[in-house]
Design a protein around this ligand. Structure first.
Ligand code: ADP
Length: 280
């Protein structure tokens, strides 16, 4: 599973990411953590990022894109990952799309944690108090002044991603103002809906492909890129099955619906059965 957690500073991305890691056995990739590690280690990236981070601005796109591109290559990311703090700008989102596409990978969902801005300062103050209480080093950007700059950066550069991903039908919005466990439960609920519909689509695709490949030595109708012009008069058993299977999945999946349409165009008879199946 490959996910993005989207939300302003203090929305609870880190907390929820850790819970997702524990539950799904995937890794959390936090650009904030990686950059802080780079700053602490004094690497060239760290030197570039240090002052920008301290002031609440955003590190240049090419720096974080490079970090993520390298990171998702590592073996522990093969099973899936949660991106926390990335992408933070539209160019970062576009770079991620290109990166995943080049690897033949798909993004499963973008979970937006929606919170009241008025609660954020309080949350960050509480985090500072807890960390101080535990004797941990407090982040230098966790001050009210820097927080307001981080929020401004979120509003102007990151919030447009809500629109970006909702247009691509990837966005799931969860109310981040609820207690932690309820937020976790809600995330799991929306994710399980996605996972089960993806499983169904994959199954339908696989069986449509299987039946279509059984037909003849000629290119199977269900897989044709350009539909044949009504040349098939008597539909074979396999085309019928392929049309049915694809049409069944059509309410949930666009690609399957496309496959169904393609099959329908090749002959009149399967079109009927596909429509029937689609109505169910
Ligand atoms: P927050 O709690 O504000 O979401 P993070 O720990 O995710 O903070 O990030 C801390 C800082 O690291 C940011 O304010 C920014 O300077 C830098 N940073 C992290 N991720 C990115 C990114 N994807 N693009 C640019 N800068 C980033």
């Amino acid at each position: 599973m490959r996910l993005i957690l989207l939300g302003p500073p203090g929305a609870g991305k880190g907390t929820q990411a850790q819970r997702l890691v524990a539950r799904h056995g995937i890794v959390q990739l936090s650009t904030g953590d990686m950059l802080r590690a780079a700053v602490a280690a004094g690497t060239p990236v760290g030197l570039k990022a240090k002052d920008i981070m301290a002031s609440g601005g955003l590190v240049p796109d090419e720096v974080v894109i490079g970090i993520i591109a390298d990171r998702i290559e590592l073996p522990d990311a093969a099973k899936g990952f949660i991106l926390d703090g990335f992408p933070r700008t539209v160019p970062q989102a576009e770079a991620l799309d290109a990166l995943l596409k080049s690897k033949g990978l798909k993004l499963d969902a973008v979970v937006e944690l929606r919170v009241n801005e008025s609660a954020l300062l309080q949350r960050v103050e509480a985090r500072v108090a807890e960390m101080t209480g535990r004797g941990e080093t407090v982040r230098i950007d966790d001050t009210p002044e820097v927080l307001s700059k981080r929020l401004a950066a979120y509003r102007s550069q990151t919030e447009p991603l809500v629109h970006y991903y909702s247009e691509r039908r990837n966005l799931l919005t969860v109310d981040g103002m609820m207690p932690i466990q309820e937020v976790t439960d809600d995330i799991e609920r929306v994710l399980s809906a996605i996972v089960s519909s993806e499983k169904k689509t994959a199954k339908a695709k696989a069986s449509a492909k299987k039946s279509a490949s059984k037909t003849s030595a000629a290119k199977p109708a269900a897989n044709r890129r350009t539909p044949a012009k009504k040349t098939v008069k008597a539909p074979t058993k396999a085309t019928k099955t392929a049309a049915k299977t694809a049409a069944k999945a059509s309410s949930k999946s666009k690609p399957a619906a496309k496959a169904a349409k393609k099959t329908i165009k090749t002959s009149k008879a399967p079109a009927k059965s596909a429509k029937k199946a689609g109505k169910k």
